[in-house]
Design a binder for this molecule. Structure first.
Ligand code: PLP
Length: 386
């Protein structure tokens, strides 16, 4: 067999490798506390599950429109109006199987040899993987713990040249939990007005997981950019629905027909019954979200204080999502060595920083999507081995 050369450039998400290592140890009888996982440790709210069951009973068994049912796209449009007072026509909404296909489509639309795409580093690993796969040059926008994983707007804009096609942003961020404040996004959006040839993909999948009463600094607040703005969001993290594979994105009017064609060429449409359940999720009630965030907030305090109390660890206080990204360089270990030590000596699974970019050798990612008691136990075990 001769495999296409482009596959040699395709990366992966090595958080799944950590999961495999942890599962192997568990199968050998070891107790492992998993703080490596990037999904809420909650069940999907019952009213959403019931809506999905009922949809199957009611006969939602066939294909739907490739871009998603009109009812669901109207629901997404109403959600955007409620959250950001932005008017987005349902015709610009695309329903996808999870958030990831939006990245794939954006990279396929803009990426090719000779083109450049700017992406956050450290960042969600699929960005760099897909840029490389497309043949474009991946241009890192470095995020540093020195400024709480935010960026300097002038530095970001200085990465743009004639070849730049797309700028990717993720806020709140995976893996750092960093929340780039609204005033900086305002400044960036203003700066981007000078570069009309650059499209923007704002990954806002953690839009409802924000702490300290802050508002989501969404790109929906900048209508001047709408003709080249892609917003990625979905149900996975907000409603604990990662396994349902449900995402939504908003595209410039000019691109929606092309990405719908991509949908037709790859998966046809998202499961019909899941789309009905997705409407139930957006319609509410949303008390589940408050409960989830109150639990995440308590765990955030526990993990930040716990890690900062250990010698050699400096942990950021995340403004969003459910991750911390401590700097562990003063332990004398690299992130990969530290993560292995935690797994094999303490039975705690975490992800090395380099899974999210070469620059993050001194970091590890802890997810606090696990119970308060398990996080307490994990911190105790790590303290003991250090
Ligand atoms: N974007 C970011 C930043 C993520 O962390 C993830 C999942 O971890 C996704 C997108 C993809 O989410 P989904 O499971 O809906 O494809």
């Amino acid at each position: 067999m001769k495999i296409a050369q482009s596959f040699s450039r395709l990366g992966t998400e090595s958080a799944f490798e950590v999961l495999a290592k942890a599962k192997k140890l568990e199968s050998e009888g070891q107790e492992i506390i998993n703080l490596g996982i990037g999904q809420p440790d909650f069940r999907t709210p019952q009213h959403i599950v019931e809506a999905g069951k009922k949809a199957l009973e009611d006969g939602h068994h066939g294909y739907t429109a490739a871009n998603g049912t009109l009812e669901l796209r109207q629901s997404v449009s109403a959600h955007i109006k409620k959250m950001y007072s932005a008017t987005i026509d349902p015709s610009r909404v695309l329903i996808t199987p999870g958030g990831k296909p939006t990245m794939y489509f954006a990279m396929m639309l803009f990426g090719e040899p000779g083109a450049e795409i700017i992406y956050p580093e450290p960042g969600f690993p699929i960005y760099e993987s897909m840029i490389n796969y497309s043949g474009a040059k991946a241009v890192p926008m470095y995020l540093s713990d020195k400024n709480n994983f935010s960026f300097n707007v002038k530095e970001v804009l200085s990465l743009i040249n004639d070849k730049t096609r797309l700028l990717i942003l993720n806020n709140p961020q995976n893996p750092t939990g960093g929340l780039i404040p609204k005033d900086q996004i305002d400044e960036l959006a203003k700066g981007l007005e000078q570069y009309p040839h650059v499209a923007i993909m704002s990954d806002e999948i953690y839009s409802r997981q924000i702490y300290d009463g802050n508002k989501m600094p969404s790109f929906f607040y900048y209508p001047k950019l709408y003709d080249r703005l892609i917003v990625l969001d979905g149900w996975s993290k907000t409603y604990a629905m990662t396994g349902w594979r449900l995402g939504w994105s908003v595209w410039p009017e000019q691109l929606i027909e092309l990405v719908t064609r991509m949908a037709i060429n790859s998966y046809s449409c998202v499961s019909a019954a899941n789309q009905v359940a997705a409407i139930a999720a957006l319609d509410g009630p949303h008390d589940f979200l408050e409960d989830m965030m109150s639990k995440f907030n308590k765990r955030r305090k526990l993990i930040v204080e716990g890690l900062n109390s250990m010698d050699g660890i400096k942990c950021n206080n995340p403004g969003g999502a459910f991750y911390v990204f401590p700097n562990i360089s003063e332990t004398g270990l690299t992130g990969a060595q530290f993560a292995d030590k935690c797994l094999y000596e303490a039975g705690v699974a975490i992800v090395p920083g380099t899974s999210f970019g070469k620059s993050a050798n001194d970091f590890v990612r802890f997810s606090f999507a696990n119970s308060y008691e398990n996080i307490e136990k994990a911190l105790e075990k790590i303290k003991n081995i250090l």
